[in-house]
Design a protein around this ligand. Structure first.
Ligand code: PLP
Length: 391
């Protein structure tokens, strides 16, 4: 690819489209899809992801903040955008876009939205957030109908009810999730007695959407798996237990690449990098990469991960620095300055996954992706083709 950048991410539109189509076939007919594009579309780039989703078709976008919602809108989103995180009274006082739905957890936000609605002469769309046991955002199930009534009376338009599961990704025992589901159904019934039937009823994240048809309701909120990743090993194992050996073919959409900035020969028994944390055991061909923890390559990968150069693994030597990482290319003698080094993704037969980097640095694939610096250039590769994906 002709590309002058030193470090960049490639995002496959075809893989994103493939993943969306997989879920279209998996979900019950009529279940809508909210694409969760918070954290710069899980590091993939809102500007790259939104046009693809517009092409493939989703029912809603979901983000954390008002600033993210505005960014999604400016990238051409034509579907409603649900703000799931806290919006301050000051932000609400400046909101002019009643195409942005708000996930309603608190009476203070309700009052600010009501005041703004009155000012603009609109009826702001809100979704009642029910805390069914995650003990994060939302009101307890027994207060949900009350919040809906207050919202209605204050002139807001209650268009949805939602909850979020606490314990699907970390276990193959889904009893807590089903208890949350039971509480949600109860709250939903009570809310709909106040509001009538609601168009947006949603509970499932990726893990639930992969595993349970019971949690479909009218919409699911898809994050990590939209981008082609399993939420966890346990989720994958649960799928295998339920479906036999065939996994659903999610396709990771992101690759992360950089270039070798310098190659040098370092003698045996020389220390490498800050803190002298690695000592060479042989004469070593060292490649210096212009990428580090400021770009999102975790410092915890020091002396642990490897990158791909010419289809082979080059181990990280010494500490990952803010913008620089050193790797061992002694066993890849053809390596040259300017060569591409793959931090995440495939090169030839070899592959480094976000999951591998997560495991080596003591975190989860979500964090590896979400912390990819927004300053990295993103290239959209492979515009989606028409047609159906196969599971
Ligand atoms: C981030 C988020 C999601 C998406 O979760 P995934 O596991 O990435 O699919 C769904 N719902 C809420 C409330 C979230 O914050």
């Amino acid at each position: 690819m002709e590309n002058e950048a030193a470090t960049w991410c490639e995002v496959s539109g075809a893989h994103l489209a493939h993943n969306v189509r997989l879920f279209r076939r998996l979900l019950q007919p009529g279940t809508g899809l909210a694409a969760v594009v918070k954290a710069n579309a899980y590091g993939h780039g809102v500007a790259q992801v939104v046009p693809v989703l517009e092409e493939v078709g989703v029912e809603m976008y979901a983000v954390h903040s008002l600033a993210e919602a505005r960014q999604v809108q400016s990238c051409g989103a034509t579907r409603p955008i649900l703000i799931m995180g806290y919006v301050t009274p000051g932000q609400i006082a400046q909101m002019t876009e009643p195409t942005m739905h708000v996930l309603l957890s608190s009476r203070q936000v309700l009052q600010s939205l009501a005041a703004r609605s009155a000012e603009l002469g609109v009826s702001w769309p809100v979704h009642i957030k029910v805390d069914t046991g995650t003990h994060r955002q939302g009101v307890p199930p027994e207060e949900a109908a009350d919040l809906a009534r207050q919202a209605k009376e204050a002139g807001l338009s209650v268009v949805g009810v939602a909850t979020h599961f606490a314990n699907i990704e970390d276990t193959t025992d889904h009893s807590y999730a089903f208890e949350q589901l039971r509480r949600f159904r109860q709250a939903l019934q009570r809310v709909e007695r106040v509001t009538g039937q609601l168009p947006y009823v949603h509970a499932a994240c990726s893990a639930a959407a992969l595993l349970f048809r019971e949690t479909d309701f009218s919409m699911v909120r898809l994050g990590i798996s939209l981008y082609g990743h399993w939420p966890s090993r346990e989720t994958y194992l649960s799928w295998l237990l339920a479906h036999g050996r065939d996994g659903i073919a999610l396709k990771p959409a992101l690759s992360w690449r950089t270039r070798i900035g310098q190659i040098k020969t370092v003698g045996a028994r020389e220390p490498i990098g800050y803190g002298l944390s690695y000592r060479t055991t042989r004469t070593t061909q060292l490649a210096v990469l212009p990428v580090g923890y400021a770009e999102g390559y975790p410092r915890a990968l020091s002396n642990r991960a490897s990158v791909l150069v010419r289809g082979r693994r080059a181990p990280v030597l010494g500490r990952v620095c803010m913008n620089i990482t050193m790797v061992d290319v002694t066993d890849i003698p053809e390596a040259e300055e300017g060569d591409i080094a793959t931090l995440i993704g495939s090169d030839g037969e070899e592959r480094v996954s976000a999951e591998e980097l997560a495991e080596l640095s003591g975190t989860i694939n979500y964090e590896i992706l979400a912390r990819l610096s927004p300053a990295l250039p993103r290239l959209l590769t492979h515009w989606p083709e028409q047609g159906q994906a196969s599971i």
